[in-house]
Design a protein around this ligand. Structure first.
Ligand code: GTP
Ligand code: MG
Length: 321
């Protein structure tokens, strides 16, 4: 790791984006040396966020964190989001704060639906407002662009334009190809200037306290993805329906007790899954209603319990609840 002046203020920069977007290459350009693995293949080369590089610039120490690319083709959206959220939790816990987010795209790739999914993962991970006000869009492979960057931006599809607008127009072209010396140096300086400018806008860093504000949103987002994939909703529907069917036939004390127990178990499972997000409230409400509407049945009096009474107690007549 490069030696950095310990007394200087730090600007902590987090590189984010899809697999192969050019995060590591941008991190290397910022630090002015090859520190992160940047490769040609479309597999996820950056395994964790633990690696960082430091660079002294303009009286500041830039601390650059590279991250694992989002939407690795081997991972589902749920796993990608889960890993992202967990890695960010670890990073923010250990490094305490992030000053600037760099959201990296590559100029050759069209802004796709998958990109939009990545954006929603990032928005949910960090919280829209707190993310965008510290975010700069970085567009790599600037050496491939042979027209004016503003003209290129103007031609992009509306979701990408909206994304840049959310970042208050902060979009920077980046050429990480060292052999394109002039463009490499020019774009590198522009990005550093943009980072310093954003950092100077007297905004507090993104710290653990800010991150924790969005815990419920993160859990809810993951639960939505899980429900989409796992058929969880259908399972709860079926389990509630089964209890409802039993309840409609219930007349005895014993079966009523059994149903009450089933409701309690299911309610507990749903509460654990819901994890305070409120996403499964509808099922909890239905169980409450089911429980409320169970007819009250007197427990058999132990003194008078005879074979005949017990038999009577166990007879049931179906009725619709
Ligand atoms: N020509 C050119 N190639 C670039 C530029 N930026 C990145 N690349 C190349 O694009 C490929 C992917 O870049 P990486 O930096 O590894 O991308 P990444 O986002 O870190 O990828 P993962 O860590 O796998 O998620 C590498 O072959 C880079 O050399 C650039 O500005 N110009
Ligand atoms: Mg990388």
């Amino acid at each position: 790791m490069a030696s950095a002046n310990k007394t200087q203020p730090k600007i902590k920069i987090l590189l984010l984006g899809k697999v192969g977007a050019g995060k590591s290459a941008t991190g290397n350009s910022l630090s002015g040396r090859v520190h992160f693995d940047s490769s040609n293949c479309l597999t996820n080369e950056t395994i964790s966020v633990s690696k960082h590089s430091e660079k002294d610039v303009d009286g500041y120490t830039l601390v650059i964190y590279d991250t694992q690319g989002l939407m690795d083709s081997d991972l589902t959206e749920l796993t990608s989001a889960e890993e992202m959220m967990e890695n960010m939790r670890k990073l923010i816990r250990s490094s305490e704060e992030i000053s600037v987010f760099l959201l990296v795209y590559n100029i050759a790739a069209k802004f796709s639906q998958e990109d939009q999914k990545c954006v929603s993962i990032l928005e949910t991970t960090f919280g829209k407002e707190d993310f965008y006000k510290r975010c700069i869009i970085v567009i790599t492979k600037g050496d491939h662009l042979d027209e004016d960057f503003k003209k290129w931006l103007y031609k992009q599809e509306k979701h990408f334009e909206q994304l840049i607008n959310k970042c208050n127009g902060r979009a920077v072209l980046m050429c990480n190809k060292i052999s394109c010396k002039e463009k490499y140096e020019e774009t590198r300086q522009t990005l550093i200037a943009e980072i310093l400018k954003l950092n100077k806008s007297s905004m507090a860093s993104y710290n653990l306290q800010v991150f924790m504000k969005y815990e419920k949103d993160r859990l809810g987002f993951l639960l939505d993805l899980e429900m989409e994939k796992s058929g969880l909703k259908e399972r709860y529907e079926k389990e509630i329906k089964d209890i409802q069917t039993q309840a409609s036939c219930t007349q005895t004390y014993t079966t009523r007790e059994k149903i009450m127990q089933e409701i309690a178990v299911l309610r507990n499972n749903i509460k654990i899954k819901d994890n305070g997000t409120g996403k499964l409230k509808v099922y909890l409400d239905r169980l409450d209603a089911l429980e409320r509407n169970l007819p009250s049945v007197r427990p058999p009096d132990p003194v008078y319990v005879t074979q005949n009474v017990r038999k009577k107690d166990e007879e049931s007549t179906c009725r619709v609840l």
